[in-house]
Design a protein around this ligand. Structure first.
Ligand SMILES: Cc1cc2nc3c(=O)[nH]c(=O)nc-3n(C[C@H](O)[C@H](O)[C@H](O)COP(=O)(O)OP(=O)(O)OC[C@H]3O[C@@H](n4cnc5c(N)ncnc54)[C@H](O)[C@@H]3O)c2cc1C
Length: 296
């Protein structure tokens, strides 16, 4: 195994440009070490908030792997299949979040890590991304971190970019296609409003991916057996290098001042139309209504 890399001792940052192994042909083949942060979220899209604390009510709600994280997992597994390497899945959450990790292992991930401590409770996206970044540092060298586009409960899409900022590595969001990995550089396409933006990103880097990148696979029976017997290490505030003032609710700069559920106060107006004549009448009615309100 040959590791090609560059170590900047001044910043103590591992600028690993490429990790390669020598195949039987003697030709260097690239391998990628990938980390996928996933979040366990309530199964329902109808997330309820505690008005007193401003946090999500999780008690008594079935949980699943954040559906958008399945695309990150699939992307990582395909890269591993193409280039060799490993996929490590990581989540920060209470101990039941192990269920999400085991599902990812059943899909084909090689390693899983739970980041869990009472002190992490109440973290906002800043503290969450800090804690996850420190856990990733503890894991050691990596080439790629692939996160979901956003979580279906918190919905901020901040944690992936936050991790990249804490680790000081390049970031590409809304990645829709990966074209090539060569010489430590990933060429990819980002989904942007006007179409697709092509980028070359030096590794190590963090990507957040959108749905169109790949259709997630189902867990396999073999994967489920592996997951069942896998020991999952727990990273806590005691066994990670971590600044205690950056943790949990106390370390979170975001304060939820008030939570309001918007009330629908307007009844709306409906014009039913089942055939061509009725469509004409309905359109006239709606235009009349807009004139009446002074809107056109
Ligand atoms: C003041 C405040 C207090 C809060 N208190 C709590 C609390 O007590 N308990 C609680 O659970 N939440 C709490 N939250 C919400 C919590 O901050 C967010 O759920 C969390 O930071 C993730 O943000 P998000 O859901 O918007 O994820 P996004 O940023 O939308 O997620 C994007 C991607 O980041 C990754 N990711 C996100 N979260 C995690 C994670 N935990 N582990 C691994 N990968 C992840 C996934 O790949 C995901 O697809 C609080 C938020 C605030 C503002």
């Amino acid at each position: 195994m040959l590791h090609v890399g560059l170590f900047d001792t001044n910043s103590e940052r591992h600028l690993k440009l490429c990790k390669a192994r020598s195949g039987s042909s003697g030709i260097l083949e690239v391998t990628v070490q990938i980390i996928v942060p996933i979040k366990q979220v309530p199964e329902t899209s109808n997330v309820k908030m505690d008005p007193a604390t401003g946090t999500v009510i999780r008690a008594g709600v079935e949980t699943v792997v954040n559906p958008l994280d399945l695309y990150a997992l699939e992307t990582a597994l395909r890269l591993k299949e193409k280039y060799g390497g490993s996929v490590t899945v990581i989540t920060m959450g209470p101990s039941p979040a192990i269920k999400a990790l085991k599902e990812a292992v059943a899909m084909g991930c090689d390693r899983a890590v739970l980041v869990s401590d009472r002190k992490f409770g109440g973290s906002d996206t800043w503290a969450t991304s800090y804690t996850l970044a420190q856990a990733i540092r503890k894991l050691g060298a990596y080439d790629l971190i692939i996160a979901g586009e956003r979580a279906t409960d918190g919905d901020t899409a901040q944690v992936g970019p936050g991790i990249a900022a804490w680790l000081d590595i390049p970031l590409a969001t809304y990645v829709a296609k990966i074209n090539k990995l060569a010489d430590g550089v990933l060429t990819l396409e980002r989904l942007v409003e006007e179409g697709y933006q092509q980028l070359s990103v030096p590794l190590p880097a963090l990507l957040t991916v959108v749905k169109e990148i790949a259709a997630p696979r189902l867990p396999t029976l073999r994967g489920k057996k592996t997951a069942k017997h896998m020991e999952i290490p727990v990273f806590t505030s005691e066994n990670m290098p971590i600044d205690p003032s950056f943790l949990g609710l106390k370390g979170s700069p975001t304060k939820v001042v008030k939570i309001d559920t918007p009330k629908v106060t307007r009844g709306g107006r409906t014009a039913l139309a089942n055939d061509d004549d009725a469509v004409g009448t309905a359109v006239k009615q709606l235009i009349g209504f807009l004139h009446e309100k002074g809107l056109v």
